[in-house]
Design a protein around this ligand. Structure first.
Ligand SMILES: [Zn+2]
Length: 112
């Protein structure tokens, strides 16, 4: 039986526990970072192909993911260097995405 509370990562076979900042995502830090990088990459990929961005992804990346990474970065008392590097890299990518969206009047295919 699983213990109540944050528990462990929802990815099958992942034994890592969930940091408080990721309770809503139900992911460990590593899987959260994997996810965020993948979605940022896909979002930029769609732009390069001239396709509309997925508004749900853009919204998640620029609000949830950004807030979570900032939170993790501030609260981590002893971040592992490789996690810290990835968090900073992700922050940079999210900043780029933010710029991109602001300057290109990106077409979001919002449902009418
Ligand atoms: Zn995990």
């Amino acid at each position: 039986m699983n213990a109540p509370g944050a528990g462990s990562c929802r990815r099958a076979g992942c034994p890592n526990s969930i940091p408080a900042a990721l309770a809503n995502e139900q992911l460990c830090l590593e899987h959260f970072l994997d996810d965020a990088f993948l979605r940022t990459d896909q979002t930029f990929g769609r732009c390069r192909e001239g396709r509309a961005m997925n508004p749900a992804d853009v919204e998640w990346l620029l609000s949830d993911a950004l807030a979570i990474v900032k939170n993790l970065e501030e609260k981590a008392s002893d971040p592992q260097p490789q996690h810290r590097d990835r968090m900073l890299e992700l922050l940079l990518m999210l900043a780029n995405l933010h710029e991109y969206v602001a300057h290109h009047s990106v077409q979001l295919d919002r449902p009418a």
